[in-house]
Write a new protein. Structure first.
Ligand SMILES: Cc1cc2nc3c(=O)[nH]c(=O)nc-3n(C[C@H](O)[C@H](O)[C@H](O)COP(=O)(O)OP(=O)(O)OC[C@H]3O[C@@H](n4cnc5c(N)ncnc54)[C@H](O)[C@@H]3O)c2cc1C
Length: 361
């Protein structure tokens, strides 16, 4: 276990903002992770868990407590590694929380483990993926997670949750919005296959020149996803400030039927009668709409805010970016302006996806 003091957090987050942590402990095994968390909890001090830092905006004042940095390693195939094992429950792989997510996806593609290929190029570590049920291009981790092993800080014991008990929904799970659980490792149940899961995203199908629902070689799916993500500034690139972000800053709103009808009415009033906002059916008669569309149509186009140090990505309206030199206050001020502007224009309140530490929108 490594311990440091006064550690600047900006360099450990993809948004590149945030002051120092009073203390930082780096845990390299699950036991160390539990011990580090227990020690802070026993002392009743503030604790922040930090993985890849790609979904965190930390205040300029920093974090007045201990940051426990997850650096645990280990990928263990538990069953079904031989190819063609699909018929007997697929391939079960236990992955430590600190394993790099995209490296795991690359390995899955190379091994013939289908189910996460559309989640290529997402930054961060594996233990954070169940927290917000990471998703993109028609896939989400909830579709391949078999179970999540956690340290329960409240009950002070290890608890394993089967998929059905993780309460996965769109960008949410029982592990989000609470500090109670520390994810120690995740068991994935992949399909043993050289072909992707059916392509479930229209743009991806178009990029691959196949119909929705088709299956393509795993490597082709990964390459097509990475190509689309790069065009949208959604693959980290040290030379491209459009990627110095937390990815999407807002989730896509899910509205009740009446709420959606009111929103569609306001959109038609504002933009013209023929305009119907993009929408997709959700369970329970609810409707999902596009945050990127709302932001754009409310007048915050790509690059909005430039040349200020915090501006929307020039490739995607959903990403609030740090062009270099932005403070956390700048980032939050821009996000607030966009959220409030969308609400004024359309009556829909956007909700932030990244976790804000010591900050409010
Ligand atoms: C360019 C870019 C593109 C992105 N694209 C996508 C995308 O397509 N889809 C998507 O869903 N997300 C996307 N994201 C957001 C982000 O990458 C994911 O949410 C990722 O899973 C966060 O992982 P992390 O390791 O960086 O977590 P961190 O940012 O370190 O932590 C995020 C939150 O999870 C908590 N946490 C971290 N590790 C653990 C653990 N082991 N146990 C319990 N809690 C933990 C932290 O305390 C914090 O509250 C993108 C981000 C960027 C910068």
């Amino acid at each position: 276990m490594r311990e440091e003091r006064d550690v600047p957090l900006a360099a450990l987050t993809t948004m590149r903002v945030g002051g120092p942590a009073t203390r930082m402990v780096t845990a390299e095994t699950s036991d160390e992770l539990v011990d580090a968390v227990r020690e802070v909890d026993d002392a009743e001090e503030p604790l922040l868990l930090l993985s890849g830092g790609s979904n965190l905006v930390v205040a300029d004042a920093g974090f007045p407590g201990t940051v426990v940095r997850v650096a645990t390693r280990g990928i263990e195939v538990e069953a079904g590694a031989e190819r063609g094992a699909a018929s007997c429950g697929g391939v079960l792989v236990r992955v430590a929380a600190g394993e790099d997510w995209d490296a795991l996806v690359a390995r899955a593609v190379a091994e013939g483990w289908a189910g996460v290929e559309a989640l290529s190029g997402i930054p961060g570590l594996t233990g954070a993926t169940p927290v917000q049920n990471v998703g993109a291009y028609g896939q989400e981790v909830a579709q391949t997670i078999a179970s999540v092993r956690t340290w329960d800080r409240r009950d002070q014991r290890v608890r394993t949750f089967a998929n059905a008990d993780c309460r996965f929904t769109y960008r949410h799970s029982r592990f989000k919005g609470t500090d109670r659980y520390v994810v120690l490792d995740v068991v994935f149940q992949f399909e043993a296959a050289d072909l992707s899961r059916p392509v479930a995203y229209a743009d991806l199908a178009a990029g691959l020149d196949v119909d929705l629902g088709a299956r393509v070689p795993l490597a082709d799916a990964r390459e097509a996803v990475l190509a689309q993500r790069r065009r949208r500034g959604m693959v980290l690139d040290a030379d491209d400030p459009d990627t110095w972000s937390c990815g999407s800053f807002f989730t896509n709103p899910i509205l009740g039927e009446a709420e959606f009808a009111a929103f569609a009415g306001r959109a038609a009033e504002r933009l013209g009668d023929g305009i119907r906002p993009p929408h997709w059916p959700e369970p329970g008669g609810r409707v999902k709409t596009s945050a990127a569309w709302l932001i754009d149509k409310a007048g915050y186009g790509k690059g909005f805010g430039l040349p200020a140090p915090a501006a929307l990505s020039t490739k995607h309206t959903l990403a609030v970016t740090n062009r270099g030199g932005a403070t956390a206050a700048d980032v939050v001020a821009l996000a607030r302006q966009v959220r409030d502007g969308v609400e004024d224009a359309f009556g829909v309140r956007l909700v932030n996806e990244p976790v804000l530490v010591g900050l409010e929108l």
